[in-house]
Write a protein that binds this ligand. Structure first.
Ligand SMILES: [Zn+2]
Length: 463
């Protein structure tokens, strides 16, 4: 029996809160430290005591900068974690943007809750502050892709591009003689800017931990529903609101809009990006394309040399709160791209309150909508949503455009995974229960793999 264990501290039976702890007897290394997002019940998990003393963790290995993978790091630092956080350079850059934004939103929400008086805490507390996030960022240690890096006495990691967002990786980990592969979030071969995921290493691995966000479905090939929805809204004189994850989804949407405008599929109407985090991340994507980063597809770098792939000449970057509020006064067709992507916070919530009550407007959902978020309620056909304690009628058109997903679907995941030798075990995480179960069955039936859907906080011995 080996002394090496793996504990599932999050992303079990849910898509958020990715946190996995490898313990070797000598070292403890945490892979991802994400926030739980979604229902009140799920978010409450962020306030639970962390099962391991933060000061005993030697290092964190971070696969990418999305909040559900990095958003808990400031809280670990606050609780005494002093080790390094290993990740790629763009993950460090983007995580800084994401964590500062997250801290800001939490401080603002706590203040807002206090003003409105609907908190059970007095005063309402943020999960962490901007100061906590700034402290955490100092512990980030960027390393290159495909370089083997020791992160603890008997633990080493190699990052490979995963094609999900800029900087995103899957992680190959060696720990006290055992080998692991964590997929992080695996992208698709079709991303409009990023190189496709590296092939999976040959293995065999002691354990593979795979995501399963879309493990239960096959993405449809892109249809015209996105452009159709925009054109129909313009005809009605309405406004198109696109809640979009600030990092990557905003870029993918802007590239699509530019393409649709240039081939005259949609007319040239103003496009407003109203999210400080999206604008900050846009800068890193522009830099990556300008400097021909190896993460950017060479044909994309060639095509856009000296140009801005995100702006067809109609892009407006709304940075200040005043600029954001000025969008309330727009009464002619326009497109607003705003975060958060699941409409659970951020500036998009104010736009929803303004735009949902009128049937000439359209909300286009372009990303995964976790259970319990406003985005999910809208996608499921809710007639009212609660915004800042008030019920807002949903009269706007709601359109789902899933083709924009930057997660592999069940078939793409299986095709990617099956190129490695059969692992001793594969753990299926980062999916809602049905999705994880269906994907585990698929791996079992198609590949005869020992596929397990772990329980929250379950610890397994690695053989
Ligand atoms: Zn992600």
């Amino acid at each position: 029996m080996s002394d090496v264990t793996l504990q599932f501290l999050g992303a079990t039976h849910t898509v958020t809160g990715s946190r996995f702890l490898i313990s070797t007897g000598t070292s403890k290394v945490l892979i991802d430290a994400g926030l739980f997002q979604g229902t009140n019940e799920i978010r409450a998990l962020n306030w639970e005591p962390f099962p391991t003393k933060a000061s005993t963790i030697d290092a964190i290995i971070l696969t990418h900068a999305h909040l559900d993978h990095c958003g808990y790091i400031p809280l670990l630092v606050k609780q005494g974690f002093t080790g390094k956080i290993y990740c790629t350079t763009f993950t460090r850059d983007l995580a800084e943007v994401v964590l500062l934004d997250s801290a800001h939103i939490q401080e603002e929400d706590a203040k807002y809750t206090d003003r409105k008086g609907y908190s059970s805490h007095k005063p309402a507390l943020p999960l962490y502050t901007i100061e906590d996030a700034q402290k955490a960022i100092k512990q980030f240690e960027p390393i290159d892709f495909r370089v083997n890096q020791n992160v603890a006495t008997d633990v080493a990691v190699t990052f490979h591009p995963s094609g999900h967002i800029l900087g995103a990786s899957f992680a190959e980990i060696a720990a006290a003689g055992k080998t692991f592969l964590f997929t992080g979030d695996l992208g698709r071969p079709l991303h409009p800017a990023l190189v496709p995921p590296d092939p999976i290493p040959a293995g065999p691995f002691s354990a593979i931990v795979t995501e399963s966000t879309y493990g239960d479905r096959i993405h449809e090939t892109p249809t015209s529903e996105f452009a159709d929805a925009i054109n129909a809204t313009i005809k009605r004189g309405g406004i198109i609101l696109i809640p979009a994850f600030a990092v990557d989804r905003t870029e993918v949407i802007l590239m699509k809009l530019r393409e649709l405008i240039e081939n005259n599929t949609i007319p040239q109407i103003p496009v407003y990006v109203d999210s400080p985090m999206a604008l900050a991340s846009l800068k890193f994507y522009r830099d990556a394309i300008d400097t021909r980063s190896p993460e950017i597809r060479p044909d994309v770098a060639d095509q856009w040399a000296g140009q801005d792939p995100f702006d067809a000449g109609n892009l407006h970057e709304m940075r200040t709160v005043e600029e954001s509020k000025s969008l309330n006064d727009i009464h002619s067709p326009a497109i607003i791209v705003s975060a958060s992507g699941m409409a659970s916070g951020g500036r998009v919530v104010h736009h929803l309150a303004q735009l949902l009550p009128f049937d000439k407007n359209t909300v286009i959902l372009v990303g995964y909508q976790a259970i319990g978020t406003r985005g999910r309620s809208l996608g499921d056909g809710a007639e009212h949503v609660t915004i800042h304690g008030e019920s807002v009628p949903v009269r706007a058109q709601i359109v789902k455009a899933e083709a924009f997903s930057v997660h592999a679907d069940g078939q793409e995941l299986e095709d990617w995974l099956k190129k490695t030798e059969k692992p001793h075990a594969v753990y299926v995480v980062h999916g809602e229960p049905e999705s994880a179960d269906i994907f585990a069955k698929r791996l079992h039936n198609e590949l005869q793999w020992n596929a397990i859907v772990p329980e929250p906080n379950q610890t397994v011995a690695i053989n």
